[in-house]
Design a protein around this ligand. Structure first.
Ligand code: TYD
Length: 206
């Protein structure tokens, strides 16, 4: 049975298809007999799921951007300690639906907080564990928001289109800043074409 640890994060704007692609990739890897751990952020642990409820509650419009950044980092600290580190140590493949790059894109490029501060608190939260591979599903913010409009309920989704456009631009800047681990896929394509591209990229890392 293949035993190789690999940490993959999936990133992108709202409605970019990360969750569907994570499930498809997970099944593909399990068929190849890899041990796969799938998790999402914020959350992925019992404590993180509680933090997630605070972060995404649409009643909390008054949340300060720094509070927000720290809560995402807090959820992530628990997730790294409880899920990511043990899984990687055991030689598993971890696929994370969002990770630190979401904080860089949303809290820095979206909210306007200093990128270095966001990087620093996240380095502390994660013990500097960064993904081997980050797949960015690139999609215009408007297209993503249109896809999820019937289910438009959480605090972040309710942000303005301008906020989400800045997030998308942020992700593209991050891809340029970290070219070694970033791969970009056109998220406007259909689910199966995107999945074949994901598989091609991931196969190269195995
Ligand atoms: P979720 O329902 O998981 O969104 P999606 O299905 O689009 O992944 O909600 C997570 C929301 O939190 C999403 O709007 C992105 C945002 N977010 C941040 O702002 N910073 C972060 O560090 C993370 C992980 C998510």
């Amino acid at each position: 049975m293949p035993k190789k640890s690999l940490f993959i994060s999936l990133e992108g704007t709202e409605g970019a298809g990360k969750t569907t692609q994570m499930e498809m990739l997970g099944k593909y890897l399990e068929k190849k007999n890899y041990h796969v751990v799938l998790a999402r952020e914020p959350g992925g642990t019992v404590i993180g799921d509680r933090i997630r409820k605070i972060l995404l509650n649409p009643e909390f419009k008054a949340m300060n951007p720094i509070t927000e950044a720290l809560l995402y980092a807090a959820s992530r600290a628990q997730y790294v300690a409880e899920v990511i580190k043990p899984a990687l140590r055991a030689g598993k493949i971890v696929i994370s639906d969002r990770y630190v790059d979401s904080s860089y894109a949303y809290q820095s490029f979206g909210r306007g907080l200093n990128l270095k501060k966001i990087v620093d608190i996240n380095n502390w939260a994660t013990d500097e564990i960064i993904p081997d591979l980050t797949i960015l599903f690139d999609l215009p913010a408007d297209v993503g928001l249109e896809r999820i409009k019937d289910d438009f309920t959480d605090r972040m989704e309710q942000e303005s289109v301008t906020f989400h456009r800045n997030v998308v631009r942020g992700f593209l800047k991050l891809a340029k800043k970290f070219p070694d681990r970033y791969r970009i896929i056109d998220g406007t394509k259909d689910v199966h074409s995107v999945h074949s591209e994901v598989v091609k990229i991931v196969d190269k890392c195995l």
